[in-house]
Ligand binder design. Structure first.
Ligand SMILES: CC(C)(COP(=O)(O)OP(=O)(O)OC[C@H]1O[C@@H](n2cnc3c(N)ncnc32)[C@H](O)[C@@H]1OP(=O)(O)O)[C@@H](O)C(=O)NCCC(=O)NCCS
Length: 236
């Protein structure tokens, strides 16, 4: 609390340094609701740590009403957190956020509903989370990671990685492109469904061939279906 003013100054400077749209310190101070939410949080977290749980929760709801950003007072946020645009951001009670993290609108740091205790993610320093991304469960997103807009991240992410997609998978690591060769690495429920459809088609094709007689020639299998059938060993 005693440092609140110096933290406010630091947050404004941080936005001036990183957002090309910011024209003056006064504009940043008055118009950036992501900063207002973080300043509210700093006060609410202090109240929470001093056992004033209800007032802290109530003020976090007031902040949500004013800014559209919900930060649980029990969460632990580092320095210079920049929530850009902000509307719809949710940061759960046991989330931990390092320094110099950027979150865009619609980001959720949430639980999966299956865990107790520490059930929200930890974001290490310098992570950027794109608009609408959901990071769920007690997982760790390592330093300098970038999470693509709209991704759903359910597993730990190693440092210096870029993750995209639903479910999220790594496309860059340590500056190098990561090419997925094994469908298991994506763990997408849809690929499981496609694999079983392909398996069923394969069985039916063989049965039709038997019924029509060995001498009857059939149409060649389309290349995309053939590739899917070749990949059946990779079924999740
Ligand atoms: C994830 C992100 C950081 C990657 O940027 P990058 O390092 O320049 O990577 P690229 O654009 O070269 O994309 C790499 C691959 O990931 C794919 N990809 C990128 N972003 C994606 C996303 N959000 N969802 C799904 N796939 C994505 C690209 O299509 C590309 O795939 P391909 O090579 O098979 O075509 C960026 O795309 C992103 O989502 N940034 C968030 C920005 C944001 O939320 N802004 C809000 C402003 S209001």
């Amino acid at each position: 609390m005693p440092h609140l003013l110096s933290l406010i100054r630091e947050d404004v400077t941080n936005v001036m340094d990183h957002d090309p749209a910011a024209k003056s310190r006064l504009e940043v101070f008055l118009c950036y609701s992501g900063l207002h939410a973080v300043w509210f949080y700093r006060m609410n977290h202090w109240l929470w740590n001093h056992g004033l749980f209800l007032i802290a929760r109530w003020l976090s709801q007031v902040a949500r009403w004013l800014t559209g950003i919900e930060i649980h007072p029990g969460a632990r946020l580092g320095r210079r957190l920049f929530i850009d645009h902000g509307m719809g951001v949710v940061i759960g009670e046991t989330s931990i956020i390092g320094d110099d993290v950027t979150l865009y609108q619609g980001v959720t740091l949430g639980g999966t509903g299956k865990e107790h205790g520490k059930r929200h993610p930890t974001l290490e320093d310098n992570v950027v989370v794109g608009g609408g991304a959901k990071i769920l469960g007690n997982i760790i997103v390592g330093k300098n990671c970038r999470i693509g807009a709209g991704s759903v991240v359910l597993r730990n992410v190693p440092e210096n990685s870029t993750v995209v997609g639903v479910p999220g998978h790594i496309v860059f690591r340590e500056g190098k492109r990561v090419v997925i060769t094994d469908p298991k690495q994506i763990n997408d429920p849809l690929s499981e469904a496609l694999a079983s459809v392909a398996s069923e088609v394969n069985k039916l094709r063989e049965r039709v061939q038997q019924l029509e007689g060995a001498e009857h020639t059939t149409e060649p299998v389309p290349e995309s279906l053939q590739r899917l059938m070749d990949d059946l060993d990779y079924q999740i």
